[in-house]
Write a protein that binds this ligand. Structure first.
Ligand code: HEM
Length: 171
């Protein structure tokens, strides 16, 4: 018995001529600036959470000062990294057409709002706010950073977003 050819569903986005045109444009010698910059907000979000935990443990007023600085610097470098990522998202056609890039954008904007809030709530009294609110917001920021960072890695390592076309070819 001969089998009828099955009707295959094709994602119309994949048929877009620039679908694989995903090479990073905001880069230094081919190294994407966004990937270099996100290391700072990621690390500092976890440092803020750790500083809050160390204050809870030791009661030393040094740690809330560490927390306000790491929260603030992490937020500002995160905003810069977000601006670079947004330029990439809007300028590169193969990045712009993919829904995963926009999912990452939405996650990142939510994360940046939380990182900003974690800095601002500490302004009046950096020590008094730590328990419980500072620590709670830091914990949410750390979790949200993990999700956003993991998703950013998925863009690069699963979908090759930001990478050069034909990168698997031998040199
Ligand atoms: C606000 C807007 C943002 C946009 C539009 C954006 C967009 C992108 C894009 C297009 C990529 C693919 C690589 C590239 O082209 O450079 C990427 C990768 C990545 N993003 Fe974002 N991003 C944003 C914010 C953030 C933030 C705040 C974080 C921090 C957690 C983050 C974490 C990552 C990570 C970890 C990667 C993978 C980098 C690598 O391993 O090469 N992104 N992002």
């Amino acid at each position: 018995m001969t089998r009828k050819p099955s009707r295959r569903f094709v994602d119309p986005v994949q048929k877009f001529d620039a679908f694989n045109d995903t090479e990073s444009t905001v880069a230094i010698a081919g190294h994407p600036l966004h990937a270099m910059m996100v290391a700072f907000p990621i690390t500092l979000a976890f440092c803020t959470f750790a500083a809050d935990g160390l204050y809870w443990w030791t009661g030393d007023a040094f740690w809330p000062r560490v927390a306000i600085w790491s929260a603030g610097v992490g937020f500002f470098i995160g905003v810069l990294a977000g601006i670079v990522g947004t330029v990439e998202l809007l300028a590169v056609r193969g990045i712009r057409v993919r829904s995963a890039s926009w999912t990452h954008f939405i996650l990142a904007v939510m994360l940046l709002s939380l990182l900003g809030a974690n800095w601002v709530i500490r302004h009046d009294n950096a020590e008094a706010i730590v328990l419980p609110w500072g620590m709670l917001v830091s914990a949410i920021c750390a979790g949200m950073t993990a999700i956003t960072g993991w998703h950013g890695g998925k863009l690069v390592f699963d979908y090759q977003i930001g990478t050069k076309d034909g990168h698997r070819d031998p040199p």
